[in-house]
Ligand binder design. Structure first.
Ligand code: RP5
Length: 161
């Protein structure tokens, strides 16, 4: 596979079961990615180096997931011009409401494209990263169209017992 254009970063190992769903959809669409743990609070120097270096590393889209006081997506967005997709991970204490509000309310001028809380958000972040890259990648565009068509075909007209 080609050098990864998508970075998936997360605040903790505990975020991986959620963020893996973004990775899964990228696997299905044959989009190369690299996943890293980058904690805004526990590894601030790593966060700074990642944000400043992401474009130079060849990444074109960043998916950033975090929970609780979820400052990672916003801080990454502050450090790069690349599109940042934020995934609010479902937190133990507040079911991800805290994560969502921490990520979504960015000040004008520093955008984070914020997805839904938890698994749907992670899956959709993967799909959205693919759709951004598909703007300039014809093969990926077709794979994405096929993926969506297969999803439509998989929906039965009637429920089964
Ligand atoms: C955040 O704190 C992480 O993104 C994670 O969602 C949450 C809890 O982290 P752990 O205590 O499980 O490492 O920084």
């Amino acid at each position: 596979m080609a050098a990864p254009k998508v970075a998936i970063v997360m605040g903790s190992q505990s975020d991986w079961p959620t963020m893996q769903l973004a990775a899964n959809v990228l696997d299905q669409l044959e989009v190369a990615y690299e996943a890293r743990i980058v904690s805004a609070h526990r590894t601030p120097d790593r966060l700074h180096a990642f944000g400043k270096g992401a474009a130079g590393e060849g990444f074109e889209v960043i998916i950033a997931g975090a929970g609780g006081a979820a400052h990672l997506p916003g801080m990454v967005a502050a450090l790069t011009h690349l599109p940042v997709l934020g995934v609010p991970v479902k937190s133990r204490a507040l079911s991800g409401q805290d994560s969502l509000l921490s990520i979504v309310q960015m000040p004008a001028g520093v955008p984070v494209g914020t997805l839904a809380i938890g698994e749907a958000g992670a899956t959709n972040a993967g799909l959205m990263a693919a759709s951004i890259l598909a703007l300039t990648d014809e093969g990926l565009r077709q794979r994405l169209i096929d993926w969506r068509a297969a999803q439509t075909d998989a929906v039965a007209e009637k429920p089964v017992d």
